[in-house]
Design a protein around this ligand. Structure first.
Ligand code: SF4
Ligand code: SF4
Length: 744
């Protein structure tokens, strides 16, 4: 791509409402510089004009950056002066000097200018710049035949972008003026059904900075600054969804983008299908989302998190009809879905309706491990562009292992480890946008650096990733492919299953899950039954030293068990009391447990569906009331509630259930460990807490209630070792009344 093409495409991204006159003005400026100002005005006049214009210029921090316009010239918005990024005098001098030093419009320069106009018309003819080819050619021919003369911005450009700037030679201003000259890349690929490509980097708004760690409330000042920075660097795709930040993401994104011309960015949001039971639900939610985002239309609208289960909502009468009607009415510009299920389910969903794009999880670890390759190929075969989520696999690919990091750093000391993962996803030909859920300014800047002047990975770089991935997996996982050639083991060991259990732990570090899986495996199939007979060895095409690795799996299990077993320990146990309450929320039973026996999916659903929002103002004003609670009772029938404690007698909102609880004595155990590993939760915590209570002489009542509290500082703030403390509460018998002493 030559310099002219690059500048034109950069400007198309940054100023999508540019007309042919604006493009011609841009090329005029990058050929002749600021020559058109007039005949050699004095520096005093230049200063005076500048001061007068500055007085009329609004503050606009998002635009206060130097912009490369090609040909060695920069456009310096007067907003940069107002933001203190350059002194007015300095800009006046740079402009004065640039004007005087700009070349005369001789024949050679005129020819160069016409060549650039040809590049422009070529991009228009090929549809890359979306302007009318006939009208554009007509304009250019008339302009050229009238001779070289100053060009004005179009009225639309003036109205939308309020241009106040000076064009100067790049070398005439200090380097410290921050530059917009490297904009985030936009793929030139023509994707089916997409008239204007968004930036290759998309801003995911699901993990925005928050006011308190672990809480959903967005730190709006920080998040706004990140969005402004991204916008100023050419990020045009912003992705939110109904449940992000407990419903607050859409509202914030609407506010944050409000200051920018609507046509200058692409907004994506998603239908929460799990709340849709009828067409009316879909209509209501869609209207609500438009309102929260303060827009008339979504550029990209997705059916959220489709899989076998979530897809059912779209098969209900009228639901897809409604979305199609919204598309016909221009309220949805492109309709697609995000996907979380197997490739077979993707095949089914993609061929059930007409889609404009599909969003999948794609990264270099999941390419084979999670069948991302098959999913990507399914989307390619269907012929629509891919939007990628989780390119860094929830942060895992930003850290990897020391050995893998060393491989990346040796290949490119400047590039962050995460940047390799972002580039991997972006390099796939059919990928139009790579989303990154940005949580802080550093990540935002790093992503923008990565996607600026983006180049797809070359063969050598792909080799670096493969090598680093090998190093990462080698130290952590056993390269078993589950081919089962080694089976049966004459001593009963389920070899591939044991390796699978080990590998899941190696990647997730979830000790609880590892121990659970190991202990759920029939005793005769476990690693400890291996007698190292070696019969399996010659059968393994991966040449895995199976007996040795079986010893590793056994040692891992024994090691985790011996260190307290589950990556958690009880650090305190004491008595508390709680007044009579009404617990309001949703009730679940054994049938609602997920594969590992827990209710994690129901919690995810609770947050995704905004279950807590109507309850926030009803809660008890005690530590219990400040927490979202998982409340459980095992007898007479098992019941598990997700909700909040409210004062006794609180009216129950429609659609919720409740249970009235008497005043209680509680045994509260403090369970210490790493929250992110999941080790704090589950049966072992329960058993250990019961043991701790009994050791203190506390006696659980018959059919006690149990619950976990997540509201205390000790849970919300990690200590230096990264541990937090969970409160696990068990209903116990009241303290026996003290015997009174009769006084005669
Ligand atoms: S070495 Fe171990 S796993 Fe392999 S066949 Fe013998 S007992 Fe089974
Ligand atoms: S033969 Fe090797 S790769 Fe295949 S299942 Fe057995 S251990 Fe795994």
């Amino acid at each position: 791509m030559d310099d002219t093409e690059r500048i034109l495409l950069d400007h198309q991204t940054r100023y999508p409402a540019m007309t042919i006159a604006d493009y011609v003005k841009l090329l005029h400026q990058n050929t002749f510089g600021p020559k058109h100002f007039g005949a050699d005005p004095a520096i005093a006049d230049v200063r005076e004009f500048l001061a007068a214009e500055l007085a009329k210029t609004p503050d606009d921090p998002a635009r206060a950056f130097a912009e490369d316009i090609g040909g060695g010239y920069l456009r310096i918005p007067l907003a940069a002066v107002r933001a203190g990024r350059i002194f007015a005098d300095l800009l006046a001098e740079a402009f004065h000097r640039s004007m005087r030093e700009s070349p005369e419009p001789d024949d050679a320069l005129q020819r160069a200018f016409r060549d650039k106009l040809d590049v422009l018309l070529g991009l228009i003819d090929s549809g890359i710049i979306a302007l009318d080819p006939v009208a554009s050619r007509d304009y250019v021919e008339r302009f050229v035949s009238a001779g070289v003369r100053p060009v004005h911005h179009s009225p639309d450009f003036n109205r939308l972008y309020q241009p106040h700037y000076r064009v100067v030679k790049a070398e005439s201003i200090p380097r410290e003026v921050p530059s917009m000259n490297q904009n985030v890349y936009v793929k030139p690929t023509r994707f089916r059904g997409i008239d204007r490509n968004p930036s290759l980097l998309g801003f995911g708004c699901m993990r925005l900075p928050t006011l308190v760690e672990g809480k959903p409330d967005i730190d709006e000042a920080k998040a706004q600054a990140m969005i402004d920075y991204a916008y100023a660097h050419g990020v045009t795709y912003y992705d939110t969804a109904y449940p992000y930040h407990h419903g607050m993401s859409e509202t914030f994104v609407g506010k944050a983008l409000k200051k920018y011309p609507r046509e200058s960015f692409f907004l994506a949001s998603k239908m929460p299908g799990w709340l849709v039971h009828s067409r009316e639900d879909a209509e209501r939610l869609f209207r609500e989302q438009l309102g929260k985002c303060q827009v008339e239309y979504f550029d990209y609208y997705l059916c959220h998190a489709l899989g076998e289960e979530n897809f059912k909502a779209y098969l209900l009468p009228g639901v897809m009809d409604f979305l199609r009607e919204m598309k016909a009415a221009g309220r949805i510009r492109h309709l697609g879905f995000s996907f979380h299920d197997s490739p077979d389910v993707l095949e089914k969903i993609i061929h059930t309706f007409d889609w404009d794009f599909v969003q999948i999880q794609l990264n270099y670890l999941d390419w084979t491990a999670q069948d991302a390759k098959r999913q990507y190929e399914t989307v390619v075969a269907y012929g629509v562009p891919c939007i990628v989520m989780e390119p860094v696999r929830g942060g895992l690919l930003a850290t990897l292992s020391d050995e893998a990091v060393a491989i990346f750093k040796a290949a490119d000391p400047q590039a962050s480890v995460a940047s390799w993962a972002i580039r991997y996803a972006a390099s796939k030909e059919n990928v139009m946008v790579v989303l990154s859920g940005m949580s802080n300014a550093e990540q935002t800047a790093d992503n923008i650096r990565t996607m600026t002047g983006f180049k797809p990975l070359d063969a050598g770089e792909k080799g670096v990733i493969a090598k680093a991935l090998d190093a990462f997996l080698k130290n952590r996982t056993i390269p078993c492919t589950s081919c089962r050639y080694c089976m049966p083991c004459p001593h009963g060991v389920d070899i591939p299953w044991m390796f699978r259990v080990h590998n899941d732990y190696a990647l997730s570090k979830r000790k609880r899950d590892f121990v659970w899986d190991y202990e759920e495996t029939a005793a005769e199939k476990r690693a400890d039954r291996c007698v190292a007979c070696g019969e399996c060895l010659p059968k393994c095409p991966q040449r895995i030293a199976i007996p040795e690795r079986m010893k590793d799996v056994k040692a891992l299990y024994e090691g985790i068990k011996s260190e307290g077993g589950m990556g958690m320990k009880i650090v305190d146990c004491h008595r508390e009391t709680m007044p009579a309450t009404r617990f309001i929320g949703r009730r679940y039973g054994d049938a609602d447990r997920n594969e590992s026996g827990g209710f994690g999916a129901k919690w995810g659903e609770a947050f995704a569906t905004g279950l807590f929002a109507p309850l926030e103002n009803l809660c008890l004003d005690t530590p219990e009331g400040k927490a979202y609670v998982g409340l459980m009772r095992c007898t007479p029938a098992f019941q598990y509630w997700i909700g909040v404690f409210c004062p006794a007698g609180t009216a129950v909102p429609e659609g919720y259930g409740s249970v009235d609880l008497p005043a209680m004595a509680l045994s509260v155990t403090w369970v210490k460990g790493k929250e992110e590993t999941g080790d704090l939760y589950g049966q072992k915590t329960h058993d250990a807490s019961i043991d701790a209570a009994r050791a203190k002489g506390f006696v659980p009542v018959e059919a006690p209630w149990y619950f976990e509290r997540y509201c205390e500082e000790r849970f919300l703030r990690k200590d230096a070792a990264g541990d937090v403390i969970l409160d696990y509460c068990i209903e116990i018998r009241p303290e026996p009344a003290r015997p009174t002493t009769d006084v005669q």
